[in-house]
Design a protein around this ligand. Structure first.
Ligand SMILES: O=C(O)c1ccc(O)c(O)c1
Ligand SMILES: [Mg+2]
Length: 591
């Protein structure tokens, strides 16, 4: 199906929005009136620019407060205003206009009047070659549900009059979308799609500030789309997303995120889709740290019990191992600008080629390979925050072949593998990161949680495989976040945290200090034995529980942007110790 996006969904001036929409691969746009009014180009120039970009103008919007007018003189003025816009639309080359249900306080509670006035409007529109798509705003004065809008359109009975369905207005009101199937497909002139998080608030504010792209919120958009398609709708799938963050973020990445949401939606709705089925990663092959001075990172790894087991054959990259935990330390060219940071994650996948193909089809940027001729072929994609995700074969030739082995990995170390990797996103990329991890990587999302930092609120969300083999947590921090303000961490799994921390300490490692007050609170919250509590206090160990079990964890000091977490997780525990995160963040701020 054709895809379209409303200019209100993207930031920038009108031509910037058009360019971003075209580059992301949309077929058309809805032009929001404010964007046109504020643009310096003439309608003819905009028409030409749009056509040059290969876009059609699928909708002009909106006309407001047109119908249900109790006073004929005022309605005549509305017709005059509308006719002016019909002429403008002809200059633009747009043939469908959105009319929102009236919000005027004195809108008549009179469906027959509304139908008669919409009939007259449609008659005038038809004379200009224009069609009217009537949309029920969720906060319309009298008409606020899609079925009510359809009853009026049906009663008006004019061929140039149909409905515009907007998933936000339908689902925010809790209307049953099944009734859409009773509307003849050719009378659904337009479909606008927007998702939203479940929020208990005024519906107008919710709509104007918190809409998001399908798959990023809580609404069942695939279900709604199914009803619309069964009704026989064949027009474009168009995104109309009013969102405070997207208004500020770069239009280019937002448009790509938007297109990705439609590709994933079409897949979920069972529409013909060019996507390969998701290839779930089966494990974390490695995490790669980049540092111009690798010493702080390698000192920490050594104290944690890692051994440098191999060196890359052609690059200044070392492999450090313990159990199934593998960390690459790269002090090469990429390292010149920053302190230690986590630059890449190797994901084990059963079919790297199919995973790369799916990623590319979902507009995830494939990273050009920078490899020596003898290196293993490795596709990598960029996560929204720039982290490189390498797709590593779970079987067969492997990235390990690029490394010349020095020594065997340590036996009987306290650490078993990587429990999870935590990345911090730029503030405006939270929703984009959610969609990316779910659709491109095929990971399942957990609920997002808010965590208090002394200087702002963090939002965090984890994504993983059901067996826990891959867990990636992403967080957005208080704005503005510079490079040093965006910490990342690598959580290492152990079956015996107390022993692991003692080893780390005796090898010279320093744990993040946890205040006394935390342990006093812990004693109140959980019936831990005195000796156990004393050990946790001595070793800066934090504790959490959920119905599935216990979670014990401890943090190292930060070097560059990176710190380590040592984690002892009961198999049934599902979380990440979010209850303890404010204590950790405050301690890191003090440090
Ligand atoms: O918030 C609004 O005013 C508005 C305008 C046009 C739309 O299509 C819509 O869904 C909302
Ligand atoms: Mg709408």
């Amino acid at each position: 199906m054709r895809t379209s996006i409303a200019t209100v969904s993207l930031s920038g001036g009108l031509t910037e929005k058009l360019t971003a929409a075209a580059r992301a691969g949309f077929d058309g746009v809805e032009i929001f009136e404010n964007d046109l009014v504020a643009a310096p180009q003439s309608p003819e120039e905009i028409r030409a620019r749009t056509a040059d970009l290969g876009l059609t103008i699928d909708l002009y919007q909106p006309l407001r407060d047109i119908e249900g007018v109790p006073d004929e003189r005022r309605f005549a003025r509305n017709l005059r205003r509308a006719e002016h816009k019909f002429r403008l639309m002809r200059r633009l080359g747009a043939d469908t206009v959105l009319v929102c249900s009236s919000v005027a306080p004195d809108t008549a509670v009179d469906d027959a009047l509304a139908a008669a006035q919409l009939h007259r409007l449609a008659q005038l529109a038809e004379e200009h070659g224009i069609r009217i798509a009537y949309e029920a705003l969720a906060w319309g004065r009298h008409v606020d549900t899609y079925d009510h809008a359809w009853r009026i359109v049906e009663a008006a009975g004019h061929p140039a009059l149909g409905v515009c369905l907007d998933s936000f207005h339908i689902l925010a009101r809790g209307s049953d979308p099944k009734g859409i199937e009773e509307i003849p497909g050719e009378k659904i002139f337009f479909l606008q799609l927007a998702d939203a998080p479940q929020l208990a608030m005024d519906v107008l504010q919710w709509s104007r500030h918190y809409r998001c792209f399908p798959g990023q919120g809580a609404f069942d958009i695939p279900g709604l789309l199914g009803h619309v398609l069964r009704a026989g709708y064949t027009g474009p799938l168009s995104l109309e997303v009013f969102n405070d963050v997207f208004r500020q973020a770069d239009a280019g990445p937002t448009a790509v995120d938007a297109r990705r949401s439609l590709l994933a939606l079409q897949e979920r709705t069972g529409l013909a889709s060019a996507l390969k089925p998701p290839v779930r990663p089966t494990g974390i092959a490695f995490a790669e740290l980049v540092a111009s001075d690798p010493e702080p990172a390698t000192a920490a790894l050594r104290a944690l019990g890692f051994t440098r087991t191999a060196r890359h054959r052609t690059k200044p990259v070392d492999l450090w191992e313990q159990g199934e935990a593998r960390v690459l330390v790269n002090s090469g060219a990429a390292a010149h600008r920053t302190g230690t940071h986590l630059a890449a994650i190797g994901l084990e996948t059963p079919d790297p080629a199919a995973a790369a193909e799916r990623a590319e089809a979902l507009l995830a940027p494939l990273i050009p390979r920078r490899r020596a001729p003898e290196d293993a072929p490795l596709d990598a994609i960029a996560a929204p925050d720039g982290t490189e995700l390498f797709l590593c074969a779970a079987q067969g030739p492997s990235w390990r072949g690029d490394f010349a082995r020095d020594t065997a990995p340590p036996r009987d170390g306290a650490l078993r593998g990587i429990d999870h990797i935590a990345l911090t996103q730029p503030w405006h990329q939270f929703d984009e990161a959610s969609l990316f991890h779910c659709t491109v990587l095929g990971l399942d999302p957990e609920d997002s949680v808010d965590v208090a930092d002394p200087y702002g609120l963090l939002r965090s969300r984890a994504f993983g495989t059901p067996d826990g083999a891959v867990r990636i947590a992403v967080a957005v921090g208080p704005a503005p976040t510079d490079e040093t303000g965006r910490p990342q961490h690598l959580a290492l799994a152990t079956d015996d945290l107390v022993t692991a921390v003692r080893h780390f300490r005796s090898a010279g490692g320093r744990t993040l200090p946890v205040p006394e007050n935390y342990y006093d609170d812990l004693a109140a919250r959980f019936p831990l034995g005195e000796a156990e509590l004393a050990t946790y206090k001595e070793l800066d160990i934090l504790y959490d529980e959920d119905p599935g079990g216990a979670f014990r964890h401890c943090y190292t000091e930060t070097s560059g942007r990176v710190f380590f977490e040592l984690v002892q997780r009961d198999p049934g525990y599902r979380g990440y110790g979010a209850a303890n995160a404010p204590v950790r963040l405050a301690a890191q701020r003090r440090a």
